[in-house]
Design a protein around this ligand. Sequence first.
Ligand SMILES: Nc1nc2c(ncn2[C@@H]2O[C@H](COP(=O)(O)OP(=O)(O)OP(=O)(O)O)[C@@H](O)[C@H]2O)c(=O)[nH]1
Ligand SMILES: [Mg+2]
Length: 355
Amino acid sequence: MRICFVGPPQSGKSTLFSAVVTASGSSVDVSRSDQSHMGVVKVPDERLGWLSEFFNPKKTTPAELEIIDLPGFDLSGEAGRSRSKAHWTAMRQSDCLVLVVRDFPDDSVAAYRSRIDALADVQELLIELLFADLEQVTARVEKLEVSVKKPTPKRDEQLRELELMKKLLDALENEKLLNEVIASDSDAKLVRSFGFLSQKPVLIVCNTSEDKLSSTPETIEDVPVLGLCAQIEEEIAQLDPSERGEFLADMNIDASASDRLVRACYDRMNLISFLTVGDDECRAWTIPANTPAVDAAGKIHSDIARGFIRAETVAYDDFHTAGDMKQAKANGTVRLEGKTYAVQDGDIINFRFNV
Ligand SMILES: Nc1nc2c(ncn2[C@@H]2O[C@H](COP(=O)(O)OP(=O)(O)OP(=O)(O)O)[C@@H](O)[C@H]2O)c(=O)[nH]1
Ligand SMILES: [Mg+2]
């Protein structure tokens, strides 16, 4: 799963990126030729930490999230930069867009870009996503209208797609984001390869000054907002992990932005984690909510899905309360689930399979 930072120039995207990547202890921070950065962060999970202490395995593997940090660009052309093709592609290939807007005063930045207006920035970004989709959909409609005139074996399929594309075109022309319009799984499947931007889950990061943190709005344009101070977060990330807790408490912040951001993206993307445990490895796996057990098994290995027999499942909380597997079984909290069982966040699963 991949998230992508976008926003106006100098809004603090790279500062936040560096904070999140450093805090995660990840060494991956690749500067790419298109001026973007790529990093991998661990998804914080207290449950995995506890299980790892309990089982003392050779290896502990947290879930991971990829982050792309794109350089900002200004719609007004003030900054004289425009998004390159590579940047559009990076956005289309992401699973969640994080719009980072600036809400802090800074003289050095002010010289570069004078406006501090989070609402206007968000509105412009959302419109930008919409226009990018409009361009793609328009081109697709034009192409399909030509091809459906020919009696090819694909004609029925093309007619179906054309009907859907016209619906999308109508929505976009009325400034409706595609996530409101593409509702059914079959429609979503039909358009998946386009990577429409206004269809993606979006989260706003309001990069604000310390004194304004508590007054960050909960939503802007109906999109959830995470308020943070990127510069402070970067300082926190430089600290030794053991000192971070105290620092956060002093600042009256209950988790570092890195943790909160990753968690918030997880929620926006409707993702959950299930856990596997043992002496060799304790591991968290990322799946979409409501994934059937057999597909969760396939995440680990296609053989486990193919030879699926049962998912021996216990909720983390039940295991934690019981203290060990024997007691969890005695408490009747260890269940044998079938292929269609919808895996729950925090399920500890042992897949029984036979190939
Ligand atoms: N006061 C203050 N300054 C910040 C904060 N976050 C970033 N800055 C400063 O703002 C400037 C721009 O930060 P960057 O993180 O490079 O911004 P960016 O969005 O990556 O910029 P582009 O990639 O050029 O679009 C730098 O001088 C940062 O030190 C913050 O939370 N508070
Ligand atoms: Mg940057």
